[in-house]
Structures are given as C-alpha cells and as structure tokens.
Design a protein around this ligand. Structure first.
Ligand SMILES: [Zn+2]
Length: 374
C-alpha cells in the first residue's frame, strides 16, 4: 500500500496542489466581501449598520440606534418624567430580543419606543391644624377646650405630586376660647401698661399711680425685665399685678411653634426669677391669639387679657387726645391699654393723672386684672 502512494502521488506535488487551491479560494472571498468572521452587517429601522462580530442587542442601545424608552405619565396622560418609562423593544423577525442576544449578519432589526408607564400613587398622611373658635365678647379669655389636630390622607402621584384624592381620617377639633367681661355692672376699670419696664417712664407711671393710690397691671417684656430688675421689684412691691408680654415682644402669628414656646416660657422665667413671683396674666403682642399660644399659656396657668379701650398712646398723640379717648370709651369693667415702655412715653405719663381723676369723679374705682377677674 505504501509503495502505491509513493509511486503515484509524490508528497511534494500534493502540498503544491493544496497551496494553489487555498490561494484561489481566498481571492474569491476577498472579491465578494468577508462574511461574518469579524463583523455583522444589519439594518436597524431600515438604516444599514455595521457592528463587530459578537455584538448584542445592548450594543444597539449603546450606539443610540434605537427608539427611545417610554415616559412616566400622570393619571391624565401628561408626561412628568421623560425616558423613565419601559425600555425600548428590539424586534427581530417578530420576536423580541433580550439585551444579551447576539446579532447575526443580515439581521433586519425593528425598534419600538418603550411603552409609557403611569406613575405610582403614594400615600401621605398630613396633620389638619387646629383653628381657634371664639365664643362671646370681652377683654378676658379663658380656654374652654384645647382642640386637637386632625389627620388627612392624600393620595398623589409619586413624581407629579398631583393630589388624586383627599380623605379626612380624623376631623380636627377647634380650640374653643371664651371671651368675657367679668363686670357685673359695677364701675370698675383696670389700667394696663405694656412693653416695659422702661427707664424714666415706668418710674413716672408708678409715681402717678402711687400718688392717686391706684393699682394697675404691667405686661412686661422679658428682655426688659432682665435689664431693669429694680423697676420690676418696685412694680411688685407697690402692689401691681404682673403680666407676661413675651421675652422679646414677638408677634406670634408668624413664629414657629418652637419660637412661640420659647417666647412665652422665657418671658415667664424672666419675671419669676426677677420678681420672685409668677406672672398670672399673658397678653400676646398685637393681641394675636393662635392655637399654639392658647396651648402654651394654659400650660403655665396664665390667663389671657386683651383690652376694651385703646387710646393708641404709642403713636404719641397729644395728651388731650389720650385723655379724651380713654374717658369717652370707658364703661364698667373696662380694660385700658397704655404703654410705659417701647419708646418715648411722656404724653402717656402726662395723660395718666387727668384720666384717673376724671374717672374717679365719674364714680369709678381702679382694680388690677386679678381683682377684676377674681
Ligand atoms: Zn406690646
């Protein structure tokens, strides 16, 4: 057998024949284009595209050759977040490719925009604030019921924040404050002085009150109490009633709950520390009463006093105007608002004697708020 192969097909001739065949084949291949050994030629949505051999559906997304992802819509179909919906559909021959699926030479790929998604609903429970309900009329206030916060459930779009439904889970209960005048018709009047103690004017007011043997109520600012402790002790020693007018004369409607707490607590501490006695009354600057103020004053057992007569003395009108305004407005059980502090108060001081003497003439007696509301 071996002699046959050696005789008829010599080894060196066979090799030569193979080489020729391979060369002819290679030339033919170059002429028609190299097929799938190193790259794939495909169409994507009708466009001719070329990718390296082994490319997958993910490569089409990386190149940006596909339709966009879907959007997130609110429940009315408005786009709220673009491109965050379902991802693109990459189709080959009616079947959807998975990201890792390889592309083959000659593939005709169709891409479809990802479906839109309607946003998820989220639920949030929010407090319903307490509102104040006043009953009756008069300068003094008493807390009838503290009220309670309610709860409201909101269902809203996760992205749009669009409120779909609102359900009250728990109704808020109002804070009920009774306003009253303690007067039984007897001719009594309570003079009140705000915003002190203040050098010079507090002393002058005290001097007039002492001379006329009249007791009044002083609504003091905590900051001033610390500055002028001697005046505070004098007010106490001369038999006047003490009131808290906050630590820094803050308008409490705009203050945060924490600030309201601090204003009332610090004002209370200032008076307690300096005078050695508790203030029994509270008057909010500007007469602003809110649920938080109501809750905080009841915590300290403070009674709240507004006023029935306001001569606007802080605007510094002439002395005669202050006297006239007070005299013509006072009725039995009146609470008169004046100022010994907060600025220049010479006209208030000058009006005080004539006011007291005229009211005495009319048969009035002067009381502190403690005496008025005992
Ligand atoms: Zn004030």
């Amino acid at each position: 057998m071996s002699s046959y192969r050696v005789d008829h097909v010599p080894e060196h001739r066979l090799s030569h024949l193979h080489l020729v065949t391979a060369t002819v084949l290679l030339a033919a291949l170059v002429a028609v284009g190299i097929p799938s050994f190193s790259r794939v030629d495909i169409t994507v949505d009708g466009e001719s595209r070329t990718l390296a051999n082994g490319a997958t559906a993910t490569d089409l997304i990386k190149r940006g050759w596909v339709a966009p992802s879907g959007d997130i819509l609110d429940t009315e179909g408005v786009v709220v977040v673009q491109g965050r919906g379902a991802s693109v559909r990459i189709m080959r021959g009616g079947a959807r490719l998975r990201p890792q699926d390889r592309l083959a030479d000659g593939d005709r790929i169709i891409t479809l925009k990802g479906p839109d998604i309607v946003e998820t609903e989220v639920t949030e429970d929010l407090p319903i604030p307490i509102r104040v309900e006043f009953q009756g009329k008069g300068p003094l206030m008493a807390l009838v019921s503290p009220g309670s916060v309610g709860i409201e459930r909101q269902v809203k779009g996760e992205y749009s924040g669009r409120v779909e439904t609102t359900t009250v889970l728990l109704e808020a209960q109002p804070m009920v404050i009774k306003r009253f005048s303690p007067s039984n018709g007897s001719k009594v009047v309570a003079l009140t002085f705000d915003d002190g103690p203040w050098p010079r004017y507090t002393e002058e007011v005290l001097a007039v009150l002492a001379k006329e043997q009249v007791k009044a109520t002083f609504f003091m600012v905590g900051r001033q109490v610390y500055r002028y402790p001697t005046l505070v002790k004098r007010i106490r020693d001369e038999g006047h009633a003490l009131g808290n007018h906050t630590q820094g004369h803050a308008y409490l409607s705009k203050a945060t709950p924490e600030a309201v707490r601090a204003q009332i607590a610090d004002g209370q501490t200032a008076i307690q520390k300096t005078a050695g006695v508790k203030a029994g009354w509270f008057r909010p600057p500007g007469g602003i009463m809110t649920p938080i103020v109501g809750r905080e004053v009841s915590r300290y057992g403070l009674r709240v006093a507004m006023w029935t007569v306001d001569p606007q003395d802080w605007r510094r009108p002439p002395v005669t105007a202050i006297v006239q305004r007070v005299i013509t407005s006072v009725k039995p059980g009146a609470v008169v608002l004046m100022h010994d502090g907060g600025g220049e108060r010479a006209n208030t001081v000058e009006a005080l004697g004539p006011i007291i003497r005229e009211l005495k003439k009319q048969g009035y007696t002067f009381v502190t708020l403690d005496e008025l509301a005992h």
